[in-house]
Design a protein around this ligand. Structure first.
Ligand code: SDX
Length: 433
């Protein structure tokens, strides 16, 4: 099956041979060279480390225009979703393809609430981890373990996937909050029937038997918006991992757990934690913005300006613009004065006016300001990638389900250019010098 609409052919000439390869066009005008016949027709493969020029799939979930800074989820602008929706609506949009009507919204919320407990035996998982285990390690282990507590049910595949989807979107909150409580040595707080998605998560995080948590609407909206900004981002590293693991027909829990591990890296979803740690070090060491920019430009330093740059966006990440506005607003409404925000402003200003960053189209990405907002609502830095995972989960699930339903999809298995030793005769160990 062809991705999108036919858009002519491209000719490839090499060593006196000419092959014609089909070109296809997506609904937003992007063009792709279909190279599925390349090796059979030419004996050659393509070489594209990091897949920067390689389309792995056709998708109708999320569109990004990196040059114009556009992000749309199922056709809706991220600005509209962030401004007008709650996260549960965007999760429904991703998994079902349309925004829910009031009845669908109520039914989805009810299913999420009813699925919010984890099996009591899973509580023991948390007790066995060392004191300061990183919550991302616990999250990935618990997610893959859900497949042992909830083996495939005897129901139609679609119905089973819907159950697994709702179960995961709901339980990821409970697992995440429990991993935080484990980290701070407090008793677990169970989900409540009377609280909605984000409220329940915040209550499980911050309530305690001796100090009930008072929900602040500013914080609830900030967390809803944080999750929406992270909900999906087409074929990023962790989503590609979820699809690749799913392409072997591994179950949904195993595929998502793999995505959690990929997201953990500081170049990806771990960047929000790395940004705040970078700003804290800047404050502790008394570095100026110029000092930090100089370090980032010095290749020998191995230092990167975390929260800056993006493989796709060559202008301001639209999520970063929304996150920056939200960060200022939330801190002001909460009466929080955080010197790290001023340092972030100084760094952004210095970088955007520096030729090194301008020449490379390096702008703030989604991670540059989001951590400061999380800090203001009391979430610790090692939970920031976990927050990213909670937001990205509906996107991962939507992408995984799209892969499973795509007749074009086969098990992912890239090729390589081998540059190792050519054939060598075997030498018995007794004869080796
Ligand atoms: C996310 O893909 C997605 O959609 C991801 C994401 C999502 O929603 O899923 O948007 C979430 O992961 C956002 C990115 C979070 N990571 C960081 O903030 C880490 C810091 N950023 C960089 O490491 C980097 O910009 C990446 C990883 C984000 C992108 O890397 P690329 O596309 O491979 O770019 P590159 O490393 O080839 O850099 C190109 C040039 C290099 O310099 P030259 O070799 O041309 O001289 O830009 C330089 C790099 O050294 N560069 C940076 C830089 N980012 C790129 N230099 C200093 N600081 C930086 N942050």
């Amino acid at each position: 099956m062809a991705p999108g609409n036919e858009a002519g052919t491209a000719k490839l000439e090499y060593e006196g041979k000419m092959v014609e390869l089909p070109v296809f066009e997506g609904s937003e005008g992007e063009k792709a060279l279909d190279i599925r016949a390349l090796r059979s027709q030419t004996g050659m493969i393509t070489y594209d480390p990091g897949f920067g020029n390689t389309g792995a799939c056709e998708s109708n979930i999320t569109f990004i225009d990196g040059e114009k800074g556009v992000l749309r989820i199922r056709g809706y602008e991220i600005d509209d979703l962030a401004e007008h929706c709650e996260f549960v609506e965007v999760a429904y949009l991703l998994v079902n393809g349309n925004l829910p009507n009031p009845a669908q919204r109520a039914s989805f919320s009810e299913m999420l609430t009813r699925a919010s407990l984890i099996h009591e035996d899973m509580r023991n998982f948390f007790r066995q981890y060392p004191e300061h285990a990183h919550p991302m390690a616990i999250l990935s282990a618990c997610v893959v373990s859900l497949s042992t507590f909830y083996p495939e049910l005897e129901r139609s595949e679609d119905e089973e996937i819907n159950v697994q989807t709702t179960r995961l979107i709901s339980k990821i909150r409970t697992i995440s909050a429990f991993s935080y409580k484990k980290f701070i040595g407090q008793p677990f707080v169970y989900p409540r029937y009377d609280l909605k998605y984000c409220e329940n998560f915040l209550n499980m995080m911050f309530s305690s038997p001796v100090h009930p948590y008072e929900l602040n609407p500013v914080v609830v909206k900030a967390i809803n918006q944080f999750f929406i900004l992270h909900a999906d981002h087409e074929q990023n590293c962790s989503t590609t991992v979820v699809r690749l693991v799913g392409s072997s027909r591994a179950n949904l829990y195993a595929s998502i757990a793999s995505g959690v591990c990929a997201l953990w890296g500081p170049l990806h979803g771990g960047a929000n934690q790395a940004v705040v740690e970078m700003l804290e070090e800047m404050q502790r060491e008394g570095w100026t913005a110029a000092d930090v920019i100089a370090k980032a430009k010095n290749k020998e330093s191995g230092f990167r300006l975390m929260g800056f740059g993006h493989r796709v966006y060559k202008t301001y990440d639209p999520r970063a613009r929304i996150a920056k506005e939200a960060c200022e607003k939330v801190l002001k409404q909460l009466g929080v004065v955080d010197p790290l925000l001023d340092l972030a402003f100084e760094l952004e200003d210095a970088a955007l006016n520096d030729d090194y960053f301008k020449e490379r189209n390096l702008y703030p990405n989604v991670d540059f300001y989001t951590g400061i907002t999380l800090r203001a609502v009391g979430i610790p830095t090692n939970m920031y990638p976990v927050m990213f995972a909670i937001g990205r989960l509906p996107g991962w699930i939507a992408q995984w389900r799209e892969l499973w339903g795509d007749p074009d999809q086969r098990i992912g298995r890239p090729r390589q250019i081998y540059t190792g030793p050519v054939k060598r005769d075997f030498i018995p160990i007794s004869e080796r010098g």
